[in-house]
Design a binder for this molecule. Sequence first.
Ligand code: UDX
Ligand code: ADP
Length: 462
Amino acid sequence: MKICCIGAGYVGGPTMAMIAKQCPDIPVHVVDLNRSRIDAWNSDSLPIYEPGLDEVVREARGRNLTFSTDVESAISEADMIFISVNTPTKTFGMGAGRAANLEFVEKCARQIATVASGHKIVVEKSTLPVRTAGAIKRILGSAGDGASFDVLSNPEFLAEGTAIDDLLDPDRVLIGGDSERAIDTLAAVYRRWIPEQKILTTNLWSSELSKLTANAFLAQRVSSINAISALCEATGADVDEVARAIGTDSRIGPKFLKSSVGFGGSCFQKDILNLVYLCEHFGLHEVAAYWEQVVVMNDYQKRRFAEKIVKTLFNTVSDKKISIWGWAFKKDTNDTRESAAIYVCRDLLREHARLHIYDPRVSRTQILKDLQTVMSDADGQLSPPDQRLIENHVTVASDCYASARDAHAIAVMTEWDEFKTLDYQKIYRAMPQPAFLFDGRNIVDRQALSEVGFEVHAIGKS
Ligand code: UDX
Ligand code: ADP
């Protein structure tokens, strides 16, 4: 048994590292077109930051875990091929802004069809619209050389920042397919470390749809509590108290009720928009509108946060220094895709604020790239005024203290643990008065900071 994985990203890399660690006798070859990403996987400085990942990769790499750009050899040698490439929201043509761009998945399927011989199990790991497996099967059906295939759907439910724990001890592993034998071959890999009862099997379409639905439900919870946060601010209720009160109802449960500046990450928005597009495609307009509201609410939450900063700072942030803490979409990852910080900072920049941004794991290059992308038009063009704003109004700081020095306000965008244990007296003394702190994650000790002198504005607290 040999495994290959096409796509060495946030999903493919950690998942394959875990399979290789748990199955030392199975060679696992991870391939990607991106040479610098593969070089990083082969170095001491992995391309993604994920607690515990270094140790897992170090244990398996060179033993049964290989990273390379040699896609063709990896495909032809493997018995089982995982497709773990990106499926971003389409930015052009039909379904732009909603449908998933399946160009990378289709290219993989075509390459497998061209290169493969003998029997192979092809596993969809990327999140895909329902019935994509049908398209993959048709493409694979054109393969020559007597090649035959089984196609399985095996969506990944890991969350970034906790990927290694999630892979080690998942709530469940889902395998969809119509060949008992293929399902059992894949299940046998997971059975090496995951109890049998956690391995669920379904038909292909249920598996594909379950992944979209899980993300839609999770995102919906965040949007629901965020919607209530706005009402809390208006009425004097406290969103954390409300979350605690409703979370003790065993039917609701306490998890995923943390109000925030808005959800980010590569999955939630993309998958809901994908679901919305699917519903529209099948003429289910009310269902589409229902789910779309989750994204509408998330956009509102991000916009509301930026507006609150401007209004509180006496209706102008022009030329005021604002310290931004955190750029990643959540703590313990260097991933910035769809991070709320990007949108809040775009809005503040358009108000001509001077931003001093600090994140413990995100590079300056990535921060500037994200701002350039978000401020560009549909053709990817950045206007000269926006270019000047980014050049002249954005500084990437080396730590929280440098970022906050002389700043009118601090905005906490990511819930990094280090933001909880800073010397706030020192920070306060280096800021002009009144000193404002906008906590987009409700992580600071409001009472203590108010005693220091800060005017603290938290989400969902009046
Ligand atoms: C998500 C799903 O959890 C995972 O199962 C799927 O495989 C991929 O998408 P991920 O995006 O990595 O994982 O992180 P997650 O922990 O779900 O957080 C997503 C966003 O929601 C983050 O921006 C996070 O800060 C935000 N969030 C989460 C909240 O604002 N409040 C919460 O209570 C939980
Ligand atoms: P995810 O978060 O889903 O893992 P990423 O964008 O982090 O998504 O990773 C997807 C990876 O797939 C990228 O590194 C990209 O270069 C790679 N990729 C996309 N298409 C192909 C392809 N046809 N062959 C090999 N690698 C590919």
